[in-house]
Design a protein. Structure first.
Length: 184
């Protein structure tokens, strides 16, 4: 009889621990929060009319970078653009314009931006003639990517560069268009 009581007691204790373990696991899984979807970078699809509105300066210098996820030099350059965004946030307006295919709007582009920890506004330009849209920004563009343009606060083109920008050169060009009190 004593063996039977010990057996049932051990079984009851084991079952008790299983219940405790089960409830502890289910309680902990309820408190673990998934990363917020809002932290995922968003990309806004724009056409040439919306683009024309975006390129108007609002009292600050404006930096625009044209790029694509399939462009190797763009990918190489992007970490420096993220640094520029962090260093000059609030002093300049800065956004990127992807020339990717529309299918990448909710997949490849946000994934890349998330990997780069990019927080600047990002747009996907969908227009029958991207060349004409970009030429409205700078006549210097010959179709290659990446392409970067900088406007002074009064809307005049201050700098444009096709190809990978050197971080120090871009900093210098931005500092030239900032008020002296804000330049680094």
């Amino acid at each position: 009889m004593r063996k039977t009581i010990i057996f049932y007691s051990a079984k009851a204790i084991s079952l008790g621990w299983l219940f405790v373990l089960f409830f502890a696991m289910s309680a902990s899984s309820q408190t673990v929060a998934e990363p917020a979807a809002a932290s995922s970078p968003s990309v806004t699809k724009i056409d040439e009319k919306q683009f024309a509105t975006l390129i108007k300066t609002n009292g600050k210098p404006l930096l625009i970078n044209f790029w694509a996820t399939w462009c190797t030099p763009c990918i190489e350059e992007f970490p420096d653009l993220v640094k520029i965004d962090g260093e000059f946030k609030g002093k300049i307006d800065f956004f990127t314009v992807s020339l990717d295919f529309e299918e990448e709007l909710s997949t490849g582009i946000p994934k890349f931006l998330r990997q780069m920890k990019a927080t600047m506004p990002s747009y996907l330009l969908i227009t029958p003639d991207e060349t004409a849209a970009i030429a409205s920004v700078s006549k210097d563009w010959s179709g290659g990517l990446p392409f970067t343009v900088l406007f002074s606060s009064d809307g005049n083109l201050a700098y444009s560069h096709q190809g990978i920008v050197k971080l120090e050169n871009l900093r210098s060009e931005i500092n030239k268009v900032l008020p002296k009190s804000e330049a680094k």
